[in-house]
Ligand binder design. Structure first.
Ligand SMILES: O=C1C[C@@H](O)[C@H](O)[C@@H](O)C1=O
Ligand SMILES: [Co+2]
Length: 298
């Protein structure tokens, strides 16, 4: 299916320790996390809050386990703060990722986001950007995209539940109003399905812009409960709305077919935040690895 060497397989540390709720998996160490990633058969990772910020220490720890850095999340605040403030932090983040050998920088606009509010019902309160906020976002992303290019890197925008870029319409709008040379798309299956979008329509429409992929599955019964009981994003995660590919309601075969058909090059990164006390991270990493082998043949 995928041509040899086109894709690399990674896994995010969020299944071991959750950056949005560090109390989930607080007892899991950095070394345990990266050792189990390697043991499960992955060759890449994103950077979590327990990872050392020292380039040589992180490089050594990952190299010992044959792991590479795929990317790391950056929270932008382009709709609520001065551009210069976001740019300064972005440059620091970019330079760290560049030193670690990453080629893409994950960016999500967190201005007005309800993603990290424990008590705020998700679906009723997601922000809807005004015309002015859309312009601030597009212009700001163009600025950050140019900064990424200074190091030969791509900015990949992460559409996300509880933010102003969640739905198909919002993703379409962002893609239409940004320059493909400066702003690419991160495709996250879990966020699209949880939001009620057609993940395959988004994939087909924006395939040429997609430069990073998060493979996240959804437990449909929990997603339904989140809507009916007006739960927050964090409550949804704690309740188990997300899981690894092969354990939820998404059939990843058409996703892999579409990506490979378009000769997608880059990372396929399993990202399944759930409570590690309820879902053993190593067990679920092994499960994901087996499912990908059986469906994508890699
Ligand atoms: O890429 C991601 C990073 C996390 O911090 C976030 O909340 C998660 O849902 C996600 O998709
Ligand atoms: Co993601």
């Amino acid at each position: 299916m995928f041509a040899a060497g086109n894709v690399k397989l990674g896994i995010a540390p969020i299944g071991w320790t959750n950056d949005d709720m560090p109390e989930l998996g607080a007892g899991n160490t950095f070394e345990q996390c990266i050792s189990e990633m390697a043991l499960a058969g992955f060759t890449g990772t994103e950077i979590g809050n327990k990872y050392p910020r020292n380039v040589s220490a992180l490089r050594k720890a990952l190299h010992l386990r044959n792991l590479e850095v795929a990317s790391a999340w950056f929270s932008a605040h382009l709709t609520v703060r001065d551009y210069a403030e976001t740019e300064k932090m972005f440059i620091e983040h970019r330079d760290f990722l560049h030193a670690m050998g990453a080629k893409v920088i994950v960016v999500s606009e967190q201005g007005h986001s309800v993603q990290c509010q424990m008590e705020t019902p998700l679906f009723a309160n997601k922000p809807v950007f005004s015309e002015e906020q859309w312009s601030l976002l597009a212009e700001g992303l163009h600025g950050l995209g140019k900064r990424a290019w200074e190091r030969g890197m791509h900015l990949v925008y992460h559409h996300h539940m509880g933010t102003g870029v969640q739905t198909t319409e919002e993703i379409n709008r962002l893609m239409e109003h940004t320059d493909p040379a400066l702003v690419s798309l991160l495709y996250d299956t879990g966020h699209l399905v949880f939001s009620g979008e057609s993940h395959l329509d988004v994939l087909k429409r924006h395939i040429s812009r997609i430069k990073h992929v998060h493979l996240k599955d959804v437990r449909a019964d929990v997603a339904h409960q989140v809507r009916t009981e007006q739960m927050s994003f964090l409550q949804a995660v704690k309740s188990g709305v997300f899981t690894v590919p092969g354990d939820g309601c998404i059939d990843f075969m058409p996703v892999f077919e579409e990506l490979s058909g378009a000769a997608y090059e880059g990372w396929l990164l399993v990202e399944a935040e759930q409570d590690p006390a309820r879902a053993n991270p190593l067990e679920f990493a092994i499960k994901a690895r087996g499912y990908i082998r059986n469906t994508a043949g890699i």
